[in-house]
Design a protein around this ligand. Structure first.
Ligand SMILES: [Zn+2]
Length: 78
């Protein structure tokens, strides 16, 4: 599928991405999210079904499989 960004000649390819969302003030990271990613500009499309699934993951308060280190860029700029 052709990229939808203006003047980008790229094509989307299926990839599993690391998706970062802000949820109620927290940063949540979900890995292995299936998405379409443009090989040239990096534009990311996530299918509506996948978005529904992400909402389900966020709403069901299960314990995450992994914890990730989180750095705050802001704290290095002071
Ligand atoms: Zn593109």
């Amino acid at each position: 599928m052709k990229c939808t960004i203006k003047n980008c000649p790229g094509e989307y390819e299926e990839k599993n991405i690391v998706h970062t969302v802000k949820y109620k003030g927290d940063v949540i990271v979900i890995k292995n999210v299936p998405a379409l990613v443009c090989q040239i500009c990096g534009d990311v499309l996530i299918k509506p079904d996948t978005i529904k699934m992400i909402d389900r993951i966020l709403n069901n308060k299960s314990k995450p499989e992994l914890q990730v280190p989180l750095y705050d860029y802001y704290s290095y700029t002071r």
